[in-house]
Design a protein around this ligand. Structure first.
Ligand code: UD1
Length: 374
């Protein structure tokens, strides 16, 4: 475990004595956390508080983690708990055991957790039991599908959080329905969009070379989609067919790469279905903005495409981000291959769903949070 030498942004002793600074400890672990923590650390630092960043090590590959730290400007001197892979119980328990001594040593004024990954719920439980105030950023999202591990993580984290920051009105309603006091809930908008707004201009320089004029961008990693061999085989076959109509660029998540390997496909994708390694943040953003259509089962990508007003076809039966469907550019196609093909063709025929950008998704959510926490 690499240990932090001093809290990030710590000031010289003289300045510290002048005004007591609040110390926030941020816990991140998986790829979708990094773009949410970056604007928070910037906004809180600007208000003069001290930040410590702890990376649980849930995601550990260079292209799932480190390249995001680089591109988002996340502090390099983060403590890394190096938990790595494991069953949900093992991963969650390891994070809890390794985080507890860090919190006892650091004694932050509050712990800040993001989203719905295993690192989020693990850190939430440790903080709640140590009675350290817990801040949940991206609270209140619900898919109402408890077969998704993230739904369990969301429900539990929100129950023990002291301050809950939500991206949209339905998130506030979900929390209140679950008995969470109104005064703990603050609707601030979408912090992930803060990173997008800041880095979109720069992303143009990170466009992968040799792009076709028109292309679809695909991602896939939900256990419900990739852990069922027959369905994954069918999906990949459909991608290969669709790519004959419009090339598909498919950066493959490590979990999916593993499952594809297990299928022992004799003929894998042709010249128009391009399987790549996971892409860095800026390259992915650049592609997302230029894609004719995005096919995904990710949560965050439903939101990014809504902001970019790029049509998104989501391979899930439900979404914890319904505003991307009711207002944004997202369409849930579920697990019906026929629906996916139909919607893809409808985009090709010039009938894309563009939608509108939800209120408060404006690049300033983290500043609103910092103002409240300060
Ligand atoms: C996790 C999150 C999910 C999020 C996704 C984004 C949970 C429950 N799930 O899922 O919400 O959308 O991250 O990517 O927290 N692996 C590597 N290298 C890595 C990371 C993972 O090889 O850097 C492998 C692991 O060894 C494992 C598989 O990918 O075999 C799954 O990783 P895991 O962290 O368990 O969950 P994700 O599927 O990535």
């Amino acid at each position: 475990m690499s240990v932090l030498e001093r809290p990030l942004g710590a000031m010289p002793a003289a300045a510290r004595n002048a005004a007591p600074q609040k110390h926030f400890l941020h816990v991140v672990g998986a790829r979708p956390n990094f773009m949410k923590a970056a604007p928070m650390i910037r906004a809180l630092s600007r208000r003069g508080s001290v930040q410590t960043l702890v990376h649980t090590g849930q995601h550990y590959d260079f292209n799932m983690s480190e390249v995001f730290f680089e591109q988002l400007g996340l502090p390099r001197q983060a403590t890394n708990l190096e938990v790595g892979p494991g069953s949900h119980a093992k991963q969650t328990a390891e994070i809890m055991m390794r985080l507890e001594p860090v919190l006892l040593e650091q004694e932050p004024a509050a712990v800040v957790v993001y989203g719905d990954v295993n690192s989020t719920v693990a850190a939430a439980l440790v903080s709640a039991k140590l009675r350290i105030p817990l801040v949940h950023v991206e609270a209140g999202l619900r898919s109402f599908d408890r077969s998704m591990p993230e739904e369990i993580n969301r429900l539990l984290t929100d129950q023990v959080a002291d301050t809950l920051f939500t991206p949209s009105a339905e998130a506030d309603e979900n929390l209140q329905r679950e008995g969470i006091a109104r005064e703990k809930i603050f609707r601030v908008g979408n912090v992930m969009i803060d990173s997008l707004v800041r880095l979109l201009p720069e992303s143009a320089q990170h466009l992968p070379p040799h792009l076709p004029d028109k292309f679809a961008l695909a991602t896939l990693h939900r256990p419900g989609n990739v852990d069922v061999p027959a369905y994954l085989r069918q999906l990949l076959g459909t991608f290969a067919e669709l790519s004959k109509k419009m090339p598909i660029i498919f950066p493959v998540h490590p979990r999916t790469r593993l499952r594809i390997g297990e299928l022992h496909l004799d003929v894998m994708p042709n010249g128009t279905l391009h399987l790549l390694d996971p892409l860095p943040y800026l390259s992915f953003l650049a592609l997302e903005q230029r894609a004719t259509v995005v096919i995904t089962d990710s949560g965050g990508i439903q939101e990014e495409t809504t902001f970019l007003r790029v049509p998104c076809l989501t391979l899930r039966e439900s979404t914890e981000r319904p505003i991307t469907v009711t207002l944004g550019s997202n369409t849930l196609v579920g697990r019906e291959i026929g629906r996916l093909v139909g919607e893809f063709e409808s985009v090709l025929a010039g009938r894309p769903k563009r939608g509108a950008i939800p209120p408060l998704w404006d690049g300033h959510a983290a500043e609103r949070i910092a103002a409240i926490l300060a």
